[in-house]
Ligand binder design. Structure first.
Ligand code: KDG
Length: 317
């Protein structure tokens, strides 16, 4: 049985080989990325049966992404290569502190060929969790309605729906993002939001207030990620649990940390671990992503998480 099924854009990510403004970067390394792709890779590395629904260009980049994801053990039967589209590309800029900007060359997205029927076919495999983000929602207005319908269908058959707002202000305005994502909240069972994204959705308020705002939409499990400040989680009427962030000596690249957290949290949830432990695994996975350049290169294997939790010895030489 499939554990996690994600839906979204998959892209070539060009990681800079030098730090600093992109206009001076002369060398890049070709990798892959995309928020929902990163979560799929993270889940698969932790041993979850994972699938991804996407569409790629019928080109060399599309074939490379497909092969790489298959190599990670991800079920790509929900994916096709589309004739009249180019596979999306994302060029990254990384500054000395690991932060930076992204420059997208992603429209029109091959995912425009996806239909609700395609998504339902994949959902019929009854994954335990269907994972969506605001990145896919932002690509075109039709995607918001498609996600709503897919989430409704998923829930009818007992699949839990998980959502990260993942608001990318290069893709839409605060107002458009806020309106669309709030319309999706009634369809989410699990919310994995950044504090900054909750601020966009509900205005600047405390973490407890954000949790209450998400709860008012009927969401059962709510996680608020707050970068180096740690994360908070609440399940139903339980007390809010606070998880400090893992110590990271030197951040190589902060992009993808939230996706790593989500993969780790979903892994913990699907093992039936208590909220505290699922949050801890999420933090460990997120911290591992930050320490390696690239959106998903640092996503850990299960044994690396176990070693970080002190459950397994790590032998280096
Ligand atoms: O969460 C990381 C992603 O943002 C990155 O891999 C690519 O920006 C991206 C996207 O649009 O999915």
């Amino acid at each position: 049985m499939q554990d996690v099924l994600t839906i979204g854009d998959a892209m070539i990510t060009m990681n800079p080989k030098q730090r600093g403004p992109m206009r001076f970067t002369t060398e890049f390394e070709r990798r892959i990325g995309g928020a929902e792709l990163n979560v799929a890779v993270g889940c698969a590395r932790l041993g979850l049966q994972t699938g991804m629904i996407t569409r790629l260009g019928r080109d060399e980049f599309g074939r490379h992404i497909l092969n790489t994801l298959r190599g990670e053990g991800i079920d790509m039967s929900g994916t096709a290569l589309e004739e009249h589209y180019a596979t999306p590309v994302n060029f990254k800029e990384t500054l000395e502190n690991g932060n930076g900007r992204t420059f997208y060359y992603r429209f029109p997205s091959p995912t425009e060929e996806l239909t609700v029927q395609h998504i339902k076919e994949q959902l019929s495999k009854q994954p335990k969790v269907f994972y969506m983000t605001g990145v896919f929602a932002s690509l075109r207005p039709e995607n918001v309605e498609m996600l709503r319908e897919a989430a409704r269908f998923a829930r009818e058959q007992g699949t839990l729906t998980a959502m990260d707002p993942n608001i990318r202000l290069k893709l839409w305005s605060r107002e458009a993002a806020g309106e669309a994502i709030r319309s999706l909240l009634p369809y989410a069972d699990i919310m994995l939001s950044g504090k900054d994204e909750a601020d966009i959705l509900f205005g600047g308020q405390s973490i407890e207030e954000h949790i209450a705002s998400f709860q008012s939409y009927g969401i059962d499990r709510i996680i608020i990620k707050n970068g180096s400040e740690g994360a908070a989680g609440k399940h139903g009427s339980s007390k809010t649990v606070y998880q400090p962030a893992e110590k990271v000596e030197k951040a190589a690249d902060t992009v993808g940390a939230g996706d790593g957290f989500n993969a780790g949290f979903l892994y913990g949830l699907l093992q039936g671990y208590p909220l505290e432990k699922a949050l801890k695994i999420g933090s460990v996975a997120g911290a591992k992503v930050v320490q390696v350049a690239g959106d998903n290169e640092g996503l850990p294997l299960l044994e690396e998480v176990e070693a970080a939790l002190g459950n397994e010895e790590r032998v280096e030489r």
